[in-house]
Write a protein that binds this ligand. Structure first.
Ligand SMILES: [Zn+2]
Length: 212
């Protein structure tokens, strides 16, 4: 799915060469890093991390395009597994109670056939043995394309977008929010805030890639 080359035994979705050449961020996963810094003063979080660097051209863009627009959910699971391994080797496998994929609006999910963040979350779950909860939070409004808006306008747009529907099951939980690409982090912030309002113990965030 990366280089269109043939896979050998033991490889799935991505060949070893592609995996080795993925442009990793190499941020420390457990400590301060630029992704965690994004949320300083905005949202109290425990851990935040992005696995790869996203550029408009390149293998990460290609893989995420396959995942989101070309009906290849298996790419999300594969990337999630790679991320889950990193969480595991950093000793974070026992730091979360629920993995929560960022919700898509119902309409968009129906059109795509799946939520790409659920697929990524499933891959992570396989590696760290934590349950995926895809029904804890919903996206109430179908936000229009946000790329041409200012940060303040985006914030206004996402502030009332998410609703936690299963409050009792959120209380006291250490939540790991999962998304595909992080840009400003406004959606993650709004969603994470809803969980904190409902009494979760901690919010952490992992994304496949950071847009630069
Ligand atoms: Zn390859």
């Amino acid at each position: 799915m990366g280089c269109s080359g043939a896979l050998v035994k033991g490889e799935e979705i991505l060949c070893t060469g592609c995996i080795l050449s993925l442009p990793r961020t190499n941020y420390p996963l457990k400590e301060e890093n630029p992704i965690k810094d994004k949320f300083t003063g905005r949202l109290a979080i425990k851990y935040a991390w992005a696995y790869l660097k996203f550029r408009k051209t390149g293998v990460v863009q290609h893989l995420l395009h396959q995942l989101k627009y070309n009906n290849h959910p298996e790419v999300g699971i594969r990337l999630g597994k790679l991320m889950g391994k990193e969480l595991f080797v950093n000793g974070l496998n026992e730091q979360f109670d629920e993995i929560v994929p960022m919700p898509l609006h119902q309409q968009r999910e129906r059109k795509r056939g799946y939520n790409q963040s659920v697929k990524i979350a499933e891959g992570i779950s396989e590696q760290i043995g934590v349950n995926v909860s895809s029904n804890m939070v919903f996206r109430k409004t179908n936000t229009a394309t946000q790329t041409k808006k200012s940060r303040a306008e985006r914030w206004e747009n996402v502030a009332e977008v998410f609703e936690v529907r299963d409050e009792p099951s959120v209380r006291g939980k250490r939540i790991l929010l999962v998304d595909d690409v992080i840009t400003t982090g406004a959606s993650l912030e709004a969603c994470g805030q809803q969980f904190l309002n409902c009494g979760c113990a901690e919010i952490s965030i992992v994304c496949v890639a950071e847009a630069q």
